[in-house]
Design a protein around this ligand. Structure first.
Ligand code: 13P
Length: 256
């Protein structure tokens, strides 16, 4: 049984004060949730203060990106060891916004995923097709390309502790989520080729979360799908009540 994972991607939002205020509001709302992994991913400048605010609770910390080198002349970058140092357990890698605006490629995603694992960080590898690719019938090909190249060379142990986030670009920030069936279809495809590359047993342990306009009113139906193991939430995670409702929907889906 895979434990659902709900991740709040705060993107480029929240000062330190706003970030701490959000987790202070969120923690009591989800304090009773025991069957879902809950993660928030603030901007780098918020990590230290949010780590402190989360100490001893059931919400874990993630970052929104990482570089693959440990240290050196790489101005502006942050290393996996530094993310561990500040208290992160997770890191989002290859978000479509990074692919679109910051030249992220499958190759850099793969380097980052390997570096994350080398430092005991869990990578959340984002994959997904654009609207144009979907309309041209390329969804399967694009997602396969993103996943296979992103995870290239990961061991079975590493893939089991990797999270894959299927985020169709056309669903991100648009209010048009994939239907539960659309999500399930792609998630099942991802699991089937993980099964071919590794084994059915390994594939059955990998968590594949859905992202793209996940809201309190659609989360339950998405997470109820057999291969949808949680959600990567943008907009609805920037406010405590809506994010808590999504976490609770995942908890109920797990218990049912
Ligand atoms: P929205 O939930 O705002 O659509 O964003 C999804 C996302 O990009 C999460 O990484």
């Amino acid at each position: 049984m895979r434990t659902p994972i709900i991740v709040g991607n705060w993107k480029l939002n929240k000062t330190i004060r706003e970030a701490v205020s959000l987790v202070d509001s969120l923690q009591p709302l989800v304090a009773d949730v025991t069957d879902v992994e809950i993660v928030v991913a603030p901007v780098f400048t918020g990590l230290t203060a949010v780590a402190k605010a989360l100490a001893g609770g059931n919400i874990r910390l993630g970052a929104q990106d990482v570089f693959w080198e440990d240290s050196g002349a790489f101005t502006g970058e942050v290393s996996p060891g530094m993310l561990k140092d500040v208290g992160c357990d997770y890191v989002i890698i290859g978000h479509s916004e990074r692919r679109q605006y910051f030249s992220e490629t499958n190759e850099t995603v793969n380097r980052k995923a390997k570096a994350a694992h080398a430092h005991g960080l869990i990578p959340i590898i984002c994959v997904g097709e654009s609207l144009e690719e979907r309309e041209r019938g390329k969804t399967g090909a694009v997602v396969t390309d993103h996943v296979l190249n992103g995870i290239d060379g990961l061991t079975a142990d590493q893939i089991v502790s990797t999270v894959i986030a299927y985020e169709p670009v056309w669903a991100i920030g648009t209010g048009h989520n994939a239907t539960p069936n659309q999500a399930q279809e792609v998630h099942a495809l991802i699991r089937s080729f993980l099964s071919e590359i590794y084994s059915a047993n390994v594939a059955s342990q990998v968590r594949i979360q859905y992202g793209g306009s996940v809201k309190p009113d659609n989360a339950a139906a998405l997470i109820a799908q057999s291969d949808v193991d949680g959600a990567l939430v943008g907009t609805a995670s920037w406010e405590a009540e809506s994010f808590a409702q999504i976490v609770k929907a995942a908890n109920e889906a797990f218990l049912n």
